[in-house]
Design a protein around this ligand. Sequence first.
Ligand SMILES: *Cc1c(COP(=O)(O)O)cnc(C)c1O
Length: 378
Amino acid sequence: MSALPFLPFSRPTIDEDTIAAVGEVLRSGWITSGPKVQAFEAQLSDYFGGRPVRTFNSGTCTMEIALRIAGIGPGDEVITTPISWVATANVIIEVGATPVFADIDPVTRNIDLDKVEAAITPRTKAIIPVYLSGLPVDMDRLYAIAKKHNLRVVEDAAQAMGSKWNGQRIGAFGDFVSFSFQANKNLTTGEGGCLVLNNADEARLAEKYRLQGVTRSGVDGIDVDVLGGKYNMTDITAAIGLGQMKTIDKVNAHREQLARKYFECFGDEFEAQTGAQLPQQAFGSSNWHLFQIILPDQGEGTRANFMTRLQKEFNIGTGYHYAPIHLFTMYRARGFKEGMFPVSEKIGRLTVTLPMFYEMTLADVERVVAAVKQVLAK
Ligand SMILES: *Cc1c(COP(=O)(O)O)cnc(C)c1O
């Protein structure tokens, strides 16, 4: 058992100024959606090159609302990846459409765009790519496919706040782009999310869908013309977001330093010596939301043994992102089964997320790598 303190795989950092700002909101008499939400949305819009942005209470409803704005529903197919948080596929079912999976690329671990093209049918209406660990897909290719087949794109950029493609921020271009501010994400508000939209009409619709479909006018005018839900962000939450906007670029730069240190400590021989697989060295592109390695396959229990040993012998926490969605009971009931997406199934069984968060030090990385090497050595 390690004498060192527990090192979790993720931990949020909320600075004292942000905590004070939340206190101010609580004392202000206005704690639901108000001026802080508007200010947060304005800052997010600036961050994403001036595109319209609306905030919500999760990075799940953002995607559901994007699908609704696109008019996607029963009879429509939406293509996505099996390796994501289950929210990504659930929202497709939520709007009454049919989820269609395309397997992932073994190197990027993101949806394989060749397989996306192969999965397109006359009923396909949209693609939901996921930027796992903050690594974008080939965005030029993605939008070329969407254009060619006349498809909408709802980018699940939940993990990609501050990631870039050819120097441009994810969210600053493209179709719908959805971000999550859940506690583990690079920018967090506890829970929350935002959706980048294409124009003012879509933004108005997003406002309706997030608040019961209501439109207000004049002094006491109110109407409801679409079925909305209750998805608005509060000013308490937005105050946290405003505090986090000040540090996001610093946070991402530090994560990049940690990632460089990981590669340096693992060294060039690590993969050949252990049979494990490191992530792509996507510097300048990924925001290093997660640092994930694929374990060498030692049969059933490979990952559970690895995670247990890191925890028990080294006091280091790990995670797994993600179990393949198509093998969950609810998806099996829709006809999905083992063998359909072999790359996803293998990576879903062997992927492990190592610690990566703002307050981690380079010495913490050394500690993790030494422990991983020791566990894989025997
Ligand atoms: C976090 C996450 C979500 C869901 O976001 P919530 O804010 O928790 O609803 C969806 N997709 C991916 C890839 C995520 O990482």
